[in-house]
Structures are given as C-alpha cells and as structure tokens.
Design a protein around this ligand. Structure first.
Ligand code: ADP
Ligand code: G6P
Length: 486
C-alpha cells in the first residue's frame, strides 16, 4: 500500500536524555503541531531529526531511541553537533530565517554553513530514498530542506514530490541578495507542487523563478526543462475539533481537576472581578514583535491610567534557538522590558505583566486561551501564526478579542480581528483599549465568522487539498508524457 512520507527538520517528538533514560516531549512550533494531526490519521512515515545529536546519544540507549521514534511512525536522520551548528544554527537560522522575514541586517552569508546545509540535505535525501517504495508520495516541509526536492527527483523522477514553505517567501529584491539563490530555486523546483501560505508569497516565488532562472512562468505553472511544476497557496489551518473540544471540556470542568495554572487564573478573576487579561504566546523570536508588544502595553498603561490594576498581560515565551546570538540579545531585552514595566507600574496587589519563559503542556495552553479576554499577537513578520487561530477556536461562548498584526499570514483570513501595524506603538495601545471595551455582542459576531472559517478550512482540509492537487499534477504530467510518446 502506497504511503505519504512527510519530511521536515524537526519530528513531532523532541527527545532528550534525563537520568539515563530517553524522555520524549511534543515539539513546539506551527509545523510540528499542525502536521501532527495529519500524520496521526494516516498510515504514513515522518522523517526528521529527533532533537538529539549523534554525540548526545549513548550507545546503550540507541534501541530505546529507535523504539520511541518508531512508535510514532517516524524515522530518524542522524545529525552530528557540527551538522547542527552549520545547518540548523548556521544556514537555516542565521541566513534563511532572517532573510525570508525581512531582517536583512541579521542575515549572515557564510559559505562553510552553506556547504553543511547541502550535505545535511543530502543526509535527509539518503534516508528518504532508503524508505521510499513504489507509489509513495513525498511531502517536504520548510526552509531547512529546500534542496531536498531536487536531490530526490534526480534519483527517483517517478515519485510525486510536494514542498510546502511554512515561512514567508520574500520579495525578489530581498531574495536576490542571497549568494546561493540559483541553487535554492533549482532545489525547490525538484518538487512537482510547491505550496505557500498566501498568494503574496507565491507571487514572490514565481517572480524570483522567472527573473533569476529565466524560466517560463504562466499563471501558476512553471515550465522547467520538460517538466510542468505547479505553484499554489494553501493557508494552513489548525486541528479545530481538538482545540474546540479541549476548551469545551475545560469550560464545563468542575474545579477539582483544575490545573494549578487555571486555579491561579481563576483566583485573579475572583480577586479582581472587573480586571481583564491579555494573552501573548510565541516562541521567543525576534520576528514575533514581542518587544514592540511590551512597549505598546507600557504606552497603554501610561496613556490610560484608569486601567491601573484593571488589566494584566499574561506573556508566555517558549525558549527557541538559544545558540543564535540575536535570540540571546532578545531574551535580555525582554527580561529588561518586563522588569521595567513591572517596576514602574506594580502596586501592592497587582503586577501588570506575568511572564513565563518556558514550554507548557497542552492543557495549560488551553487554560490560557480560554481565560484571557484579549489575545495580542503582533509579529513583525510571520508566515501564518497558528496561535491566532487556536485562540479563536477555543472561545466556546464566542467572547474574546483578537488583536492581530497585518504582517502575519493569518491576517489574510481573519479580517474580523482588530488588525494593527506592529511598528505603530500608539495604534497598538489604542487598539488594546478598543479591545478591552468592545461590547460582548460585537465580540461574538466577529468570532462567529472566524470560527466558521477555521472549522471549515481545518488542517485536515489543508493537507487534503495539497495532496489532491499533488495527485492531479502527477496525472496531468502522465497524460502529457503519454501524448508526447504517442
Ligand atoms: P511558529 O511556528 O513560528 O512557532 P505559530 O504561531 O504558527 O508560530 O505556531 C506555534 C505553535 O506552537 C502553536 O501551534 C502553539 O500551540 C504551539 N505552542 C506555542 N507555545 C507553546 C507552549 N508553551 N507549549 C506547547 N506548545 C506551544
Ligand atoms: C517555525 C518553522 C518550523 C520550526 C518551528 C520551531 O514554525 O517554520 O520549521 O520547526 O518554527 O522552530 P525550531 O527551530 O525549534 O524547529
């Protein structure tokens, strides 16, 4: 029976060694959380990195690691510390990530890292080729693996290959600054179908292909050698049912089984019944606009002093890529901003910012989504932003206000949110006030539309649409080939 092989740098599970034993945690980030439900419901295989380098893997635990990986229908690509330094911390997260998010001043162009990026993509290709059987489809994900489609296509031209980019594709003017732009585009064009979150990213990609490689591009089709490659936008959805069902259970729960976090959130609500909570959740990343968000909250408290003791920002930042210098600088900046705001405005009974710097289990995430009156999501650039969608999905009584950056891909589908420019601190401060004062009826009206859309275009539909399109590309290619041979 043919299967779909998902390939991404990170597997849905993140392994570590604790007290001489293998411990497994779910991976954080839109790619892993989104694809997890697609993979769970299929008979496919997911190929990727476990979170442990070869050096960190004790020989006596190798079979436990293999079991943990196989139990989740996954296969591991073994990477060394030097692979991780050059490929992950290096080329992926010091070159491509900043460049594609328009942080050009952060992008480093280091040819050693590029060489390691190439060799690690080859390692992924080797594992895919080992596991590939007749009739299988391969679905490659994200910016860490942009050479993989070509590496597979060269060895197995018969296989259908899809590629989906989870981050923005930048405009041609930005992309062309990359010294390895030709190789990256050729790598991607090994795929038969390329997917992006939005039409804008798709357009930028097509423009780069035609201007850099000079290939013929018509509408959303690229003619490359004798191949016809399709390009389309597929805005990623969430597992709406799962978020909604957990939130519903939480809503109906009696306090005996509540989590410690939920008890604290409830305590806050009882002690200050007219106070409101604003939620902020992201990986700690400079693209997410966390510092601007804090500055805007500070400005809000200054501009609207009546809100003293009446509002709290609950901020969850998940540690991410902490070996990359810009992430370390950002961590320090956030710590200082939180300290400054709390120092300036706190009273005996009130701390304006509750800051958590850690990952949290899923039920705590639901506690936060369901307890906060406003979600404040202000990325400077974001491919999609699933947190915005998850927040709306968990609002069982349809109250709650989403403030969302125009620079997040999600804003294209969430027009009923209060959309802001993340660089406009004054506008964000005023929008916080507008959100806190929005009548309930208005909140419900807006959320109803968004919930309906999220329920309809969920992650299953997203993956289904992509795979259906990939099948149709393949059959068009076969028909074209047959006609040519006749
Ligand atoms: P990105 O992919 O850039 O990290 P997204 O907003 O698209 O941003 O996706 C983040 C994903 O990570 C969401 O699905 C969210 O549920 C999950 N997540 C965020 N914070 C946590 C956390 N503390 N613990 C577990 N999962 C988290
Ligand atoms: C974003 C990227 C993913 C990545 C995730 C978490 O969602 O698009 O590819 O997995 O962030 O980042 P990390 O570096 O921890 O894998």
């Amino acid at each position: 029976m043919s299967k779909t092989i998902i390939v991404s740098n990170r597997l849905p599970l993140q392994l570590s060694i604790e007290d001489g034993k293998v411990s497994s945690e779910p991976s954080v980030g839109g790619l892993a959380t989104g694809l997890k439900s697609v993979h769970r419901d299929s008979n496919g295989l997911w190929i990727g990195w476990t979170g442990l380098t070869v050096e960190e893997t004790p020989q006596e635990l190798e079979s436990d690691i293999e079991d943990a990986v196989q139990n989740q229908q996954c296969a591991a690509v073994e990477l060394t510390q030097s692979d991780m330094d050059g490929f992950y911390y290096g080329f992926s997260n010091r070159t491509i990530w900043p460049l594609y998010h328009y942080f050009m001043e952060y992008a480093e162009f280091d040819s050693e890292n590029w060489e390691i990026y190439k060799s690690v993509n080859q390692k992924f290709a080797d594992v895919v080729l080992e596991n590939l059987e007749e009739g299988d489809n391969v679905w490659v994900h994200d910016y860490q693996l942009m050479l993989l489609p070509q590496l597979i296509k060269e060895k197995r031209p018969d296989v259908s290959i899809g590629f989906f980019l989870h981050i923005p594709f930048p405009s041609y003017e930005v992309f062309r600054t990359l010294p390895w732009r030709d190789q990256i585009l050729k790598g991607l064009l090994g795929a038969d179908l390329l997917g992006f979150h939005t039409y804008d990213y798709e357009r930028h990609f097509l423009s780069s292909v035609s201007r850099i490689l000079g290939h013929e591009v018509s509408f959303n089709e690229i003619t490359y050698k004798d191949r016809h490659i399709k390009v389309d936008s597929f805005p990623m959805g969430i597992d709406y049912e799962k978020f909604h069902a957990f939130a519903k259970a939480n809503y109906e729960q009696t306090d005996k089984t509540q989590s410690e976090l939920q008890r604290r959130l409830d305590l806050h609500a009882t002690a200050t019944p007219d106070a409101k909570m604003i939620l902020s959740i992201d990986r700690l990343d400079y693209t997410k606009g966390i510092a601007n968000r804090l500055r805007a909250f500070e400005h809000f408290l200054e501009k609207y002093p009546d809100y003293t003791e009446k509002v709290r920002l609950v901020m969850l930042a998940v540690p991410s890529r902490s070996n990359v210098p810009q992430y370390q600088v950002l961590k320090k900046e956030i710590d200082e901003l939180v300290g400054r705001i709390n120092g300036k405005f706190s009273t005996v009974s009130w701390t304006p910012v509750w800051y958590f710097y850690r990952s949290m289990p899923f039920n705590n995430l639901i506690d936060l989504y369901t307890s906060c009156d406003v979600a404040l999501i202000t990325p400077i650039r974001d491919g999609m932003n699933l947190v915005a969608k998850e927040y709306i999905a968990t609002r069982i009584d349809r109250t709650g206000v989403l403030i969302l950056s125009e620079m997040a891909g999600a804003s294209k589908e969430m027009n009923e949110a209060l959309l802001i420019n993340p660089n406009d601190i004054n506008l964000i401060a005023d929008t916080i006030k507008e959100a806190l004062e929005m009548p309930e009826e208005e909140q419900k009206k807006r959320n109803k539309y968004m919930q309906k859309r999220l329920e309809r275009y969920n992650v299953e539909k997203w993956a289904g649409d992509f795979m259906t399109k990939l099948d149709s590309v393949k059959s068009t290619q076969s028909v074209a080939k047959a006609t040519y041979l006749n």
